[in-house]
Design a protein around this ligand. Structure first.
Ligand SMILES: NC(=O)c1ccc[n+]([C@@H]2O[C@H](COP(=O)([O-])OP(=O)(O)OC[C@H]3O[C@@H](n4cnc5c(N)ncnc54)[C@H](OP(=O)(O)O)[C@@H]3O)[C@@H](O)[C@H]2O)c1
Length: 336
């Protein structure tokens, strides 16, 4: 059976005919089998925890050489050891990257550029959620807008020369179902006038989705051999709720908040599958958004997720892109 799926984007409406078999990344309760990633070099941000660690483990299990981009050497080394204990042949290296500090993003990208290795895949996974009070990144951005969007924006643009030098490269960015509730407040993106934790988180996750779509649209216009897509993990049991404002410092982690425990949720193995599918499947498509298929996208096997109305406003992605360029002082490379 063939199904018509429309992923709308500013100037481009992607009309895709996707065989229904490609909509479900796993069947019969089995975990998604990541296709061979042999000889691929990939970067996963937030690789020490949650969906980032699981994505790292499964990509490495499929043969990828994974650069684990983490903000704490200690946590990165511990995660690497844990994965190696399960998969002794995994090829993993830990690199420091603090997305809440643009100078760290720059030096991470410069290190990779100087090494002159190819780069096949960037997984923009790391994120923080809803710190109860307003914090800022090193560069003075609201913590979530800075860490979840502006840092990954700068990272992606700085890594583009490496990605574009590699055939069939890919950028996969993690968004969230809360993007549907998000609004980009162009007159106060840093939420200085009024800060509220969840609207600020929703803004950053909407920005992630718009960014993935805009990059797909730019790649399409410029005939780049690059896929940009997005994913969300539904509601997945990870450290996210307490990761908020720690900025890598050790502090006690709170458990699930009371409102969360009434919602259907899933373990990290299943929760990482939309991201893994978007990042690794030969059937995954540029400009498309992947997520779980059941209970309003909170749990279940991977499917193509509906792009929320908040992300379908004309020229929104383009406007956000310009804002991000101004704020980060990073632009698309000249020669492209
Ligand atoms: N879990 C869910 O239900 C859910 C739902 C929707 C979207 N998401 C998204 O899924 C992604 C992964 O989150 P998760 O659920 O796996 O949570 P997690 O276990 O807390 O993982 C978040 C990762 O991001 C890293 N990180 C945070 N700030 C960073 C910074 N400044 N620089 C570099 N890395 C940083 C964290 O490092 P530390 O360990 O050092 O803190 C950690 O490795 C996030 O983008 C999140 O918004 C999750």
């Amino acid at each position: 059976m063939t199904q018509k799926i429309e992923g709308h984007h500013e100037n481009v409406t992607l009309k895709l005919f996707v065989d229904s078999a490609t909509r479900v990344a796993r069947a019969g309760g089995a975990l998604y089998n990541v296709p061979s990633q042999q000889d691929k070099i990939v970067v996963v941000t937030g690789a020490n925890s949650g969906t980032g660690r699981e994505t790292t483990r499964r990509l490495a299990g499929a043969g990828a050489h994974v650069i684990m981009a983490v903000r704490s050497q200690e946590k990165g080394d511990a995660a690497r050891e844990e994965i190696l204990a399960q998969q002794p042949d995994a090829r993993l290296e830990v690199h420091l990257l603090d997305l809440a500090d643009l100078s760290s993003v720059k030096s991470f990208a410069e290190t990779l550029a100087n090494e002159k290795r190819p780069l096949h895949l960037l997984v923009n996974n790391a994120g923080v959620m809803a710190p109860p009070k307003r914090f800022e990144t090193v560069d003075g951005f609201e913590l979530q807008f800075g860490t979840n969007f502006l840092g990954p924006f700068a990272l992606t643009l700085r890594l583009l020369p490496l990605l574009l030098a590699t055939d069939g490269s890919r950028v996969t960015t993690m968004s969230s179902t809360v993007a549907a509730m998000g609004r980009i407040r162009f007159n106060d993106p840093q939420r200085r006038r009024h800060y509220s934790p969840y609207p600020a988180y929703a803004q950053s996750k909407l920005a992630d989705l718009l960014f993935a779509q805009e990059l797909a649209s730019i790649a399409n216009r410029r005939n780049w051999d690059l896929i940009s897509n997005a994913a969300h993990p539904g509601f997945t049991r990870t450290n996210l709720i307490s990761a908020g404002a720690s900025l890598g410092r050790d502090r006690p982690r709170r458990q699930w908040t009371s409102e969360a425990k009434f919602l259907p949720s899933q373990g990290v193995e299943q929760g990482s599958e939309p991201l893994l599918y978007a990042a690794a499947s030969p059937e995954a498509v540029s400009g498309v958004y992947y997520g779980p298929s059941r209970y309003f996208g909170l749990v279940g096997p991977t499917t193509i997720a509906r792009v929320p109305r908040s992300a379908r406003k004309p020229h929104l992605g383009e406007r956000l892109w310009k804002l991000a360029e101004q704020l980060t002082d990073v632009e698309l490379p000249d020669a492209t």
